[in-house]
Design a protein around this ligand. Structure first.
Ligand code: GAP
Length: 441
């Protein structure tokens, strides 16, 4: 379907009713821009993360993973420049005191909240680091920060990883985990939140090789997007202008996506030079120098950083997968079918087992099938409502295959498999189901 017709209202409503994502702390009236991933959301998110980890860590000999502490020594954030410079320009309406990011609103226009014009304060720098205190004292000596990116641990852990893993440059480290930013204006569902998840890679190269690896990683990012089903036609590269580069970057390309609320950042790819390893060496007093075992050349490796947001991936995947089509319904009349056309690898439920009726003779056959297949794939078992409605529900949550157990199954020991995309049905012997599905996934 034409993607301009896919609205955020449709996605947010489907996400809530089907249990992908719903407002956090909902029964207490929610908490501004906090979202919980429900039973299907957590499966989808896990599948996205597993695909990423498989593709960028397990399938490569030049990559290793880490899982670092979320709260790091505060000196890390002084060295990285976050304490001094990780900020956005903030303005406040002098009438209603609503706060905005100065670069996201028209300062000449009236305040969106109270409607008064020309009442904004001058922009002030607002640090986005999420602060806390470690231990029983709430004073300056106990201040710590929730990490605003997963990246820094991979620089700080560089000496331990290189000696324990015996990797040689070029090689990379990967990490998936939560990050926190005290965003001034979070919004657009899970696009910008204060608590989110990142999947980041720091790829260490010889300084003279950075351009080659930059291009290689840009291509790899698109391969990942294809693998999880992000629409390439809606994705674009933005070469970040020199005067807008982050303090650590010599070159950044943002991959942007056409969301219903506009073309905005999905991922970032940065050439971070030796900025991070060198500043951590300076601030910590450690000697972070790599010696090439073949040439004995000593140098500080340079870094290419592909950075992926998990939540934005999930949003782009939902938007890319969403489809509506008019079909003759299984119950006879014309019908609009909502389908999430997920790639099989990331679909939250792979197979739905649907006995035609709740009668015990059918569940006696259907349940053991569900239990046997659940050893390999995420399976849903649903025996209520008409079969047509159950097919529609599975289409809406993107289940690639439905298995219907009917009264004939008692005789012919076979079931009907329905394909989500083609809606074609095939009769398959129960004894062959496992082999049949192994060919599909
Ligand atoms: N280590 C580099 C870094 O963190 P970034 O562009 O600030 O770069 C990387 O963030 C990615 O993290 C973004 O491309 C986006 O996918 C995701 N991200 C950043 N801020 C976010 C937020 N407030 N909510 C959700 N995702 C966010």
């Amino acid at each position: 379907m034409e993607h301009s017709k896919i609205t955020m209202e449709k996605i947010v409503s489907l996400a809530k009713t089907r249990g992908f994502v719903f407002p956090g702390s909902d029964i207490y009236g929610g908490l501004a821009n906090s979202w919980d991933y429900g039973p299907l959301g957590v499966e989808l998110k896990n599948n996205i993360k597993q695909t990423w980890w498989k593709m960028f860590v397990q399938e490569r000999l030049d990559m290793v993973g880490i899982d670092a502490a979320l709260i790091m020594n505060p000196k890390v954030w002084e060295a990285s420049g976050h304490v001094a410079t990780f900020s956005d320009p903030l303005v406040e309406c002098k009438t209603c005191h609503e706060r905005y990011r100065a670069d996201q609103i028209d300062l000449g226009a009236p305040c969106v909240k109270c409607g008064n014009k020309g009442t904004f304060t001058d922009p002030a720098s607002f640090n986005l680091m999420m602060k806390t205190w470690l231990g029983p004292k709430e004073d300056a000596s106990a201040v710590a920060y929730f990490r605003p990116e997963t990246a820094q641990a991979m620089f700080v852990d560089f000496p331990n990883v290189i000696t324990s893993s015996r990797k040689r440059v070029p090689f990379g480290m990967a990490q998936i985990g939560k990050a926190f930013r005290n965003e001034i204006t979070p919004g657009n569902f899970i696009f910008r939140t204060r608590e989110f998840e990142q999947m980041e890679i720091e790829y260490f190269v010889h300084p003279s090789d950075w351009e080659k690896f930059f291009e290689e990683w840009l291509a790899n990012m698109y391969k990942f997007m294809d693998r999880v089903g992000i629409d390439a036609a809606r994705s674009h590269n933005l070469e970040v202008a020199k005067d807008e580069l982050a303090h650590y970057s010599k070159r950044t390309v943002d991959i942007e996506f056409d969301y219903p609320f506009g073309r905005k950042e999905l991922y970032g790819l940065a050439y971070r030079t030796d900025f991070d390893l060198s500043t951590h060496a300076k601030y910590s007093g450690s000697n972070i120098v790599y010696t090439d075992p073949m040439t004995n050349e000593k140098y500080v490796p340079h870094v290419i950083e592909p950075s992926f947001g998990v939540d934005r991936t999930l949003l782009a995947v939902l938007l890319s997968a969403y489809d509506e089509e008019t079909v003759a319904s299984e119950e006879g009349e014309g019908d609009t079918r909502v389908v999430l056309r997920f790639k099989k690898e990331i679909a939250p439920i792979k197979i739905a087992i649907l006995p035609l009726s709740k009668k015990e003779e059918l569940s006696n056959v259907a349940r053991p099938i569900a239990e046997a297949l659940a050893k390999y794939w995420r399976v849903d078992y649903d025996e209520t409502q008409s079969i047509g409605k159950r097919y529609r529900r599975q289409d809406e949550i993107g289940t690639p295959y439905c298995v219907t157990v009917d009264f004939e199954s008692l005789e012919d020991k076979a079931v009907t498999i329905r394909d989500r995309d083609t809606m074609k049905q095939e009769r398959v012997p129960i004894a062959e189901l496992e082999v049949w599905f192994k060919k599909q996934f």
